[in-house]
Design a binder for this molecule. Structure first.
Ligand code: IVH
Length: 667
């Protein structure tokens, strides 16, 4: 802001900046549809920070600058909920949930009941108090009556509005669940593991550990997220149904799960439970069942409570994700960075429909902390598509015959020496084939270069026969080379050659991700690609350029710089360029067939969602999870529901899967 202005003008201007930032936060974090670039956002943010440091008396508790965390506290204060936070009775069987419906009908004496079905998010319940639209206090559920006041920590959660959008009321208490997305949980655990810090057994524990940090700056660095599902006390607004509550929460800026539905037929409740159970692994957050709620609030009031649970709601749980099994052996796996990971070989056990026979033990420190021995009976957990984990050992089952495990002092694959970096033992062999194979598998994987047909078996053979020694070599392979491999027919070889050719046009973000830079996941790779535009610019980026990107921290920045400093990196990039993989990426992107087009997939389609997404992205398009006016195509499969309706309402083009395939053909 140029020149000196009166305090009043400054106050007004600061308010404008805050409103802008709140709005863009909402677009970015809640809707996942940003309107401005990160750089533009940063500019507004820095301007606000500067003004606030000049006029500290003008800082308000709902300013977006207050999300970064404050000084540590010795302990949390308590907070009394004005209306108790209830718990839910839960059932595991279809019969029991039908009983619930029967009971509700009988007690109300009505035939037709409408139910709202919501996912039961596996996080921690929170209450957020908004006075005149501003977030004032946030607390945990505690014993239902009194929780802990963790306002400072909750302010750091990016999807939690610090002030309500649109018209405000004197008082609104919002209830919902704080959680950590599954993908972010993996990254967090990797980071903690690398530092030698204690890792979390599952996303829920990670969320619990993060939200109760006495130092809110630690909380600020954790990828917490929030879904709203209800309200407590309100003043100035009343609602007649649970559905209206959810719609209102969404309207005023909260994230509400896209999986909410309402049904008049109880049969549909049961079918929907089945449907979500099937796609549970595709979600980026853990859910342990569906909550079935009577929609009409008048009915809810008539039904009332029984001990601390409402009679109008029930949790219809999914099968457990944890099982007992025994550890038959402990082996060591060498990853693409050379890290030696101890892995438990288990007596195979079914966990919610998937056979699990291996579970990670992360590193030696974790293995010691949990004291896992060969022969132990253990609890194994599977969360989303995360690698299964040994959660704990049932020590009472020990017979004395269990054997302790020692990490080897040489790489079990190449025999090179190992180096201990904190808790991580790393193979330092420069030509360790285990590392090479892992790097190549990552390079070719679906979310990276997506080289169809180039699976684990093919890569292993190519390495073992010394046909390739880095990723660039892949592009110099001939069909003849491929045909030398076991079980490789003409058709498969042709498919791989085509896929290799196609992958040369992969987007820059995919290529960055495929390089396997430490701490650079798919999301960070996209940020880097968007900010630097081409590989050369990224190669030349300095520390300050990197950390100036929203969401890129010092750890990532250092890792990127270190990666590009390696002599091997320069050689690899040179070879990739010679192979035609990343030359003039910018131009390639503008020519992309689906550039600027947004797709939404709904209903049952025959290809996997990941694959569909990858197809669209390869051609420069985007896939969104919800339909808006900006959506170009909704690809609707069988049983497409609300998204189809919304597309019809907004006049967005609806196409079938076959039509979609037609569009992307010869991409
Ligand atoms: S409603 C009216 N809805 O489940 C009863 N709870 O056992 C109050 N939870 O403490 C809860 N998702 O932590 C409700 N969609 C949802 C939920 C949900 C997760 C958790 C919440 C609560 C526990 C109840």
């Amino acid at each position: 802001m140029g020149g000196e202005r009166g305090k009043e003008t400054v106050t007004g201007y600061i308010a404008q900046l805050r409103a802008k930032i709140h709005y863009h936060n909402y677009r970015y974090y809640v809707l996942d549809e940003p309107e401005i670039s990160d750089a533009e956002y940063d500019r507004i943010f820095v301007e606000l920070e500067e003004l606030e440091s000049k006029y500290p008396e003008l800082i308000t508790p709902d300013s977006p600058t207050q999300r970064i965390g404050a000084k540590p506290v010795a302990e949390f204060g308590t907070y009394e909920h004005s209306i108790p936070m209830l718990s839910l009775n839960s059932v595991n069987t279809e019969m029991a949930v039908r009983d619930f419906d029967e009971r509700v009908r009988r007690m109300l004496g009505v035939e037709e009941i409408e139910y709202v079905v919501e996912p039961k998010i596996d996080g921690l319940a929170m209450e957020l108090v908004y006075e005149n639209g501003v977030f004032i206090v946030g607390s945990t559920r505690g014993d239902g009556k009194t929780g802990e006041n963790i306002t400072q920590n909750l302010k750091t959660v990016k999807t939690l509005p610090l002030c309500i959008l649109s018209e405000t009321v004197p008082l609104l208490e919002v209830r919902g669940e704080v959680f950590i997305p599954v993908s972010k949980f993996k990254e967090l655990n990797d980071l903690l593991g690398a530092k030698g810090a204690k890792m979390f057994a599952n996303p829920r524990n990670a969320a619990a550990g993060s939200v109760r940090q006495l130092d809110s700056r630690v909380t600020a660095a954790r990828p917490l997220d929030f879904f709203a599902y209800g309200i407590g006390r309100t003043e100035g607004e009343t609602f007649s149904t649970q559905w209206d509550v959810l719609m209102h929460l969404r309207k005023i800026g909260f994230k509400v799960s896209p999986l909410i539905r309402r049904f008049k037929e109880f049969e549909d409740v049961i079918t929907y439970h089945e449907e979500v159970k099937e796609k549970r692994d595709e979600l980026d957050y853990e859910i342990d069942g569906m909550v079935v709620k009577v929609n009409l609030i008048e009915y809810q009031e008539r039904l009332g409570l029984i001990s601390r649970s409402p009679r109008w709601a029930i949790a219809y749980k999914f099968p457990a994700r944890e099982e007992f099994t025994t550890v038959n052996d402990i082996v060591v796996q060498v990853g693409r960075t050379g890290a030696l990971t101890p892995v438990a070989i288990l007596a195979p056990v079914q966990i919610s429909g998937v056979t699990v026979s291996r579970a990670t033990l992360h590193n030696e420190d974790e293995l010691r902390r949990k004291d896992v021995r060969i022969g132990d009976t253990v609890v194994v957990e599977r969360a989303g598509d995360v690698i299964p984990e040994v959660v704990s050992v049932i020590k009472s089952k020990r017979t004395g015959a269990e054997k302790e495990f020692r990490m080897p002092d040489r790489c079990p694959i190449c025999g090179a020496e190992v180096l201990k970096e904190g808790p991580i033992v790393r193979c330092i062999g420069v030509s360790c084939t285990a590392q090479l194979k892992e790097r190549l598998k990552h390079f070719a994987s679906l979310r990276a270069m997506n080289i169809d047909g180039l699976g684990e078996k093919v890569i292993e053979q190519l390495c073992d026969r010394e046909l390739i020694s880095d990723a660039a070599d892949l592009f110099f392979l001939t069909k003849r080379d491929l045909l030398k491999l076991d079980r490789m027919g003409d058709k498969s070889a042709r498919k791989i050659m085509n896929a290799l050719e196609k992958s040369k046009h992969a987007t820059l973000s995919r290529l960055i991700y495929a390089l396997g830079i430490r701490h650079v996941g798919a999301h960070t790779a996209t940020l880097l690609a968007d900010n630097f535009g081409d590989m050369k610019a990224l190669q030349n980026a300095g520390y300050d350029d990197l950390v100036s990107i929203l969401e890129v921290g010092p750890e990532v920045a250092k890792s990127v710089i270190l990666f590009f400093e390696q002599g091997g990196t320069k050689d690899l990039l040179g070879e990739l360029e010679r192979a035609g993989v990343w030359y003039e990426k910018k131009e390639a992107a503008t020519e992309a067939k689906l550039k600027g087009q947004t797709f939404v997939f709904t209903g049952r389609i025959t290809i996997a969602r990941e694959e569909a997404k990858s197809l669209v992205e390869q051609l420069g398009g985007k896939v969104a999870s919800s339909v808006s006016k900006k959506t170009d195509y909704v690809v609707a499969g069988e049983e497409a529901g609300s998204k189809r309706e919304k597309a019809e309402k907004l006049g967005v083009r609806l196409i079938s899967e076959a039509e979609f395939m037609e569009i992307i053909k010869d991409g």
